[in-house]
Design a protein around this ligand. Structure first.
Ligand code: PMP
Length: 454
């Protein structure tokens, strides 16, 4: 669903945001001190690029449900739930119970584990295209192994990804996640841009980019390179690029072209699995060859999973000659598995529908609040995944979302923190099962006060 509103004339956001930062520092003195201490031992004071924002992120002391309390005693409504992963919020009693019962029995054994089989049964039972599945410790490892599977199965190296697509912190996926548009070529035939230093230049030979939701560009890419392509990997809802849903017609064409050229269609549902029991692929009616998962399937603990077609996944069977290797000391560990089972059992179709409806209300409420204040705004996403873009619509790909004013976005993020709203600095939000209509009403009211601070 995309909501857009006309852009009224405004220049009101020209200020530097200095007052907002001063107010933030005044409100979070203990976080400031802890950030300074952390910077002495960790570059930037943390171990996660995405969680950083200037002047420093808050330090959380505790969290429960959809609320977090920082070390200065400020309470925030958590609108990002560790980047969409804590779908039942913090410290859900059923998940705490499952983990607490497991801990005295041990945490990981390097043996088979019934809980792992049970979680695999739940996932394969829910996702129609998932014949077989394997676990990892992160979404990054899940996508890395899915690509390895596609390369092994096809005997080809080339990977086609979307411009703005994020699939984890791995070399092949560092191409054109947030490319500088001055370097990225024309919109309808983008060139790959390396997003970080430290990745071999040769990676750019094995990864091609194409714009999301541009069927013609995809056809040209596959006409040129389809015979060399191992996989086309797509997030059914592109998260890092701004919560932008792939359109059904586009994903159907990905599927058709992959079949035509003997490549595999990989759906990265690491985030979008939360949108439907069968993943967003079930909403759109497409059938990827492989699907990747993470986030919600570990109940708040480190996790990833990948799987799909029986004939592709069979390559990982170590009892077979020349099997494809996939290892990981903590893969399928007992704590993650029991937490994942509890999280999945709580996540009924009715609950997914409920938090999707809350997400629709949130998206509309945030966008309307901004446009009523005379700011450009487009709400993107689907159900419980919400993106807000400070642009005139529509937003159908990375470049549409990259057009927003980054200074205004930063100021709005700081203003939201001052009003007790914790969202991703890129203005990504999600709903979670501890929320109800009253929480959304309160969030929209606070958001109105945050906008008024700009
Ligand atoms: N794919 C997608 C679509 C993601 O959103 C993410 C994480 N945000 C990943 C892969 C990587 O997952 P992880 O951070 O668990 O490695």
């Amino acid at each position: 669903m995309v909501l857009s509103a006309p852009r009224p004339a405004t220049a009101a956001h020209a200020d530097t945001g200095r007052d907002l930062v001063d107010a933030y520092v005044a409100k979070t003195p203990t976080s400031a001190r802890l950030a300074e201490r952390a910077r002495r031992v960790m570059p930037g004071g943390d171990t996660r690029t995405v969680a950083f924002h200037p002047p420093y992120p808050i330090t959380v002391a505790s969290a429960e449900g959809c609320r977090m309390t920082d070390v200065d005693g400020n309470v925030y409504v958590d609108l990002i739930s560790n980047y969409t992963s804590l779908i039942h919020g913090h410290a859900h009693p059923a998940i705490v119970r499952a983990v607490t019962e497991q801990l005295p029995k041990g945490t990981s054994y390097a043996t088979s584990l019934e809980a792992q089989t049970r979680l695999a049964e739940i996932l394969t039972g829910r996702v129609a295209t998932l014949d077989k599945v394997r676990f990892t410790n992160s979404g990054t490892e899940a996508t890395m192994n899915a690509v390895r599977a596609a390369r092994a199965f096809t005997g080809r190296d080339l990977l086609v990804k979307m411009e703005g697509g994020y699939h984890g912190s791995y070399d092949d996926f560092e191409v054109s996640v947030h490319p500088d548009l001055a370097l990225a070529g024309p919109a309808d035939s983008p060139v790959g841009v390396m997003d970080t230093r430290g990745v071999p230049k040769s990676t750019l030979h094995d990864v091609m980019v194409t714009p999301l939701n541009d069927v013609e560009a995809l056809r040209r890419t596959m006409a040129r390179s389809g015979e060399l392509t191992a996989a086309v990997i797509v997030e059914p809802v592109m998260g890092a690029a701004g919560v932008i849903p792939a359109e059904a017609a586009f994903l159907r064409e990905v599927q058709r072209l992959c079949r035509e050229h003997g490549a595999l269609f990989v759906a990265d549902e690491v985030m979008s699995f939360r949108l439907h029991e069968g993943g967003y692929q079930a909403v759109l009616g497409v059938e990827p060859d492989l699907t990747t998962f993470a986030k919600i399937v570990g109940g708040g603990f480190p996790v990833g999973a990948f799987g799909g077609r029986d004939d592709v996944m069979a390559m990982f069977d170590p009892s077979q000659p020349r099997s494809v290797s996939q290892s990981g000391t903590f893969n399928g560990n007992a704590v993650t598995m029991v937490a994942g089972i509890a999280a999945m059992e709580l996540l009924t179709a009715a609950e997914i529908g409920r938090i999707n409806a809350l997400g629709d209300r949130l998206r509309e409420g945030l966008a309307v609040t901004l446009t009523d204040a005379g700011l450009p705004a487009v709400g993107t996403g689907y159900g419980s995944m919400v993106g807000i873009h400070l642009v005139d619509g529509p937003v159908r790909n990375y470049r549409d979302s990259a057009a927003g004013d980054p200074a205004l976005k930063r100021q709005l993020h700081t203003a939201m923190l001052l009003e007790g709203l914790f969202a991703a600095p890129r203005l990504m939000f999600c709903t979670s099962t501890p929320m109800d209509d009253a929480v959304i009403d309160d969030v929209i009211e606070r958001f109105g006060r945050a906008v008024a601070r700009l």
